[in-house]
Design a protein around this ligand. Structure first.
Ligand code: ADP
Ligand code: MG
Length: 359
């Protein structure tokens, strides 16, 4: 009996190892890919699936569906029924109601939020506090004022807001003026949220949750714009490769990240949505202290860590902070960071040097 148990046990162990090695009951996971758009950006998926093309395509469609749902129901400030749009509409309505009342108390108003939104905002507020306000998702009015949608490398002009317009837009901003409590957000009337700096990272977190629930998916790389999740492993065991765009040489790469297992990568740069006017680069990452595009000396920041939201939040915050403070912030989160200065100087945390291969 004892001998039987031992043999049976060894046999089970061997089977276990085979299952782990291939990730499939039998055969090898096959690679499937797709490029599509969601959340206003390009989504590229590479999935390793134990199954036929039809099954892989339904997994790819499920990922696209969850991204579209995330945008429609939770994050978009443009889509009326999303939670962020609902918060903004209530805040706007209240601001209009008290407008003109000279002595109106501009006290905080309270809006209900979902438990998921509460968790998300709490994490964002922590990064805002730790970055001295470099990340501030209450800049909604400011980002609309700059009309970010019109920014693109092909654009040739921009209508720069006046100092007065900027000052007014900033009056309605300030993360420290909003409070998140049990299922509510207290905010000054008129404040508008814009989760653009973290949306794609949150999307990668949701993709990660989905992938973990699908045992037939043994490995994946999914990129939502500049935010990427790597997950699981390739059948041949080789690492995932994630290329980092060169911020000043269009079409080339600065280098490649070599990653094993689950990681979240996010890059923030001034080279995708921008316009050059009279030698000034107007881009889409603002310094909340000035209300103008940030000029901290950096042109690209890449963060690698174990959370999509944090990677995205930190890449934006570090971009605003500049090389020294940016590196310190990333280190304080135990995140790997690569920061590129406009003159090409590259700064990396020590653990980033271990995974970065320069081109
Ligand atoms: P991308 O969206 O291109 O990946 P980021 O993650 O850096 O780039 O986010 C930039 C977006 O975040 C802008 O389009 C704007 O909506 C918003 N934003 C800009 N500056 C800030 C800031 N300092 N804090 C929070 N959000 C910001
Ligand atoms: Mg970001």
């Amino acid at each position: 009996m004892l001998r039987y148990r031992r043999i049976f046990g060894e046999w089970m162990l061997a089977v276990g190892i085979i299952l782990i090695l291939t990730g499939c009951g039998s055969g090898k996971a096959e690679q499937y890919g797709s490029v599509d758009t969601a959340m206003g950006t390009v989504v590229s998926q590479t999935l390793y699936v134990c199954g036929d093309r039809e099954e892989a395509e339904s997994e790819i469609a499920a990922v696209m569906e969850l991204l579209t749902r995330l945008e429609r129901q939770e994050l978009s400030w443009r889509i009326q029924d999303s939670e962020v749009a609902r918060i903004n509409a209530l805040s706007q309505k209240e601001a209009e109601a008290i407008q003109g009342q000279e002595n109106a108390m501009r006290e905080g108003m309270v809006v209900p939020i979902s438990p998921v939104m509460q968790q998300t905002l709490q994490q964002i507020w922590q990064v805002s506090a730790d970055s001295g306000g470099a990340l501030d998702v209450t800049l909604g009015r400011l980002s609309r004022l700059w009309n970010l949608d019109a920014l693109s490398a092909q654009a040739t002009e921009i209508s720069v807001p006046t100092q007065e317009q900027i000052r007014t837009a900033l009056e309605d901003a300030g993360y420290e003026r909003a409070r998140i409590s049990q299922e509510t957000l207290e905010l000054p009337p008129g404040m508008q949220l814009d989760l653009g700096a973290v949306g794609k990272g949150i999307a990668c977190d949701r993709v990660g949750e989905y992938l973990r629930s699908r045992p037939q998916i043994t490995g994946a790389v999914v990129a939502v714009g500049g935010s990427v999740i790597t997950y699981g492993q390739k059948p041949d065991g080789s690492p995932w490769k994630v290329a980092i765009t060169h911020p000043r040489k269009e079409g080339s790469y600065l280098g490649i990240l070599s990653l094993t297992g689950e990681h979240y990568v996010s890059t923030s740069g001034d080279y995708e949505r921008y316009v050059m006017v009279d030698g000034v680069r107007y881009h889409h990452i603002f310094d909340p202290s000035t209300g103008a595009p940030a000029h901290s000396g950096l042109c690209s920041v890449t963060i690698v860590c174990d959370s999509g939201l944090l990677a995205d939040a930190l890449s934006t915050a570090c971009f605003v902070l500049g090389p020294q403070q940016g590196l310190a912030l990333a280190r304080s989160y135990g995140a790997q960071a690569l920061l590129v200065e406009e003159d090409g100087t590259v700064h990396m945390t020590d653990d980033m040097k271990e995974i970065f291969i320069a081109q």
